[in-house]
Write a protein that binds this ligand. Structure first.
Ligand code: KG4
Ligand code: ZN
Length: 346
């Protein structure tokens, strides 16, 4: 009989994370090597669509309804049990307090019951590191563009946990600009994917919408002027005309894309990094992905885009960020509070 190494304790292999910062309840299991092995999302989009946006009270009630079943499902999908988890993590901010409390309370309860550590994860760090998932790791020096419904920022990543803010939006986030324009022209919530679809049939040069701070020097963003420009244009337009509608969508999208792409390239040059990453809900946008791929190729920049299903809110990215922290020796106290304004950089 050959001698074998004693098996590693089963509890050392995986980590379970919950995400409930806004309107998606999500759970995921990730190995401590960073491989996502199960991930599920209970979307509330259909519920909030009738209100034209997220209603916090409704969101937190639905998180309560879904959290437990999601945990059971992702464990079953992964062929694991609670006892196999090395730690339990949850998003602790930024987000809606009443929503954040559901995921963190659940993860803390599981950590106490299983006598395992708890990790509080910054939602933006989840987005930030998501391009390094699916075999694209390890996390390494790069310039990141995070474009979501609540944030638009450029971040210099030195290593996990060492981030410097290079620029951010002074008003609306890119996703917010998509959603607000969509609402103004009668498209359902969330507006980003709707504009993305219609833009494919339109002419991006039909309307000359403003590109704020695109002077080749600033890394700040502003999207409120775009919203106002669309508002002034609307009375002149017949949106029942399909071509007018698609041209408007294509032109709005082109204005947002150009600013995002140019500032990412500028930030990379300034930071002397050749690796750039893009994440967050807006990075699902097909036009943005195509423009980034073309421009980065031209500039000799290596581009890592978050996988489309990991762009919008999910627990896989939270589990992955938690694994990076856990492997570096970090855990959080059970007293760790949620923080609706939690910052990625100090
Ligand atoms: O990252 P995310 O799921 O949630 C936040 O953390 O905010 O981002 C949601 C945002 C929404 O504003 C939504 O309209 C936008 O991402 N979004 C898109 C697309 N898919 C989602 N924007 C443009 N094109 C898309 N395909
Ligand atoms: Zn998000």
């Amino acid at each position: 009989m050959s001698s074998t190494e004693p098996p590693e304790p089963r509890s050392q292999h995986c980590l379970l994370a919950l995400e409930s910062s806004c309107d998606e309840t999500a759970a995921a299991v990730c190995t401590l090597d960073g491989e996502l092995i199960s991930s599920r999302i209970a979307s509330q989009i259909d519920i909030h669509r009738q209100y034209g946006g997220v209603v916090p009270e409704v969101a937190s009630r639905n998180h309560i309804l879904h959290a437990r079943a999601l945990v059971e499902q992702v464990l079953a999908d992964a062929g694991k049990e609670l006892g196999d988890m090395a730690a339990f993590a949850a998003t602790s901010g930024p987000g809606l307090v009443s929503s954040l409390l559901i995921g963190t309370s659940m993860a803390k309860a599981l950590a106490v019951a299983e006598n395992k550590p708890f990790l509080a994860v910054n939602h933006m760090e989840g987005h930030l590191l998501s391009p390094f998932m699916n075999g694209n790791g390890p996390v390494r020096p790069s310039v990141a563009l995070i474009v979501s419904g609540g944030h638009t920022m450029l971040v210099h990543v030195r290593e996990t946990g060492r981030y410097e803010l290079l620029g951010r939006t002074r008003d609306d986030a890119a996703g917010e600009a998509f959603d607000k324009v969509a609402k103004m022209i009668g498209l359902p919530y969330p507006g980003g994917p709707e504009i993305d679809k219609l833009a494919r049939q339109g002419d991006p040069a039909a309307f000359a919408f403003p590109r704020s701070f695109l002077d080749g020097t600033s890394l700040e963003f502003s999207f409120s002027g775009l919203k106002t420009a669309v508002l002034y244009e609307l009375p002149k337009l017949d949106l029942q005309n399909e071509q007018t509608l698609t041209n408007l969508c294509a032109s709005v999208q082109a204005a947002i894309i150009e600013v995002l792409v140019e500032k990412l390239v500028l930030a990379a040059k300034r930071s002397r990094e050749t690796l750039v990453t893009v994440s967050g809900g807006v990075s699902c946008n097909r036009g943005l992905r195509e423009a980034l791929t073309a421009r980065c190729g031209k500039e000799g920049l290596q581009l890592l885009l978050a996988r489309p299903d990991l762009c919008t809110d999910n627990a896989g990215m939270i589990a992955f960020a938690a694994v990076q922290r856990f492997n570096a020796g970090h855990t959080s106290p059970l007293e760790a509070d949620v923080n609706p304004n939690l910052s990625l950089v100090d």
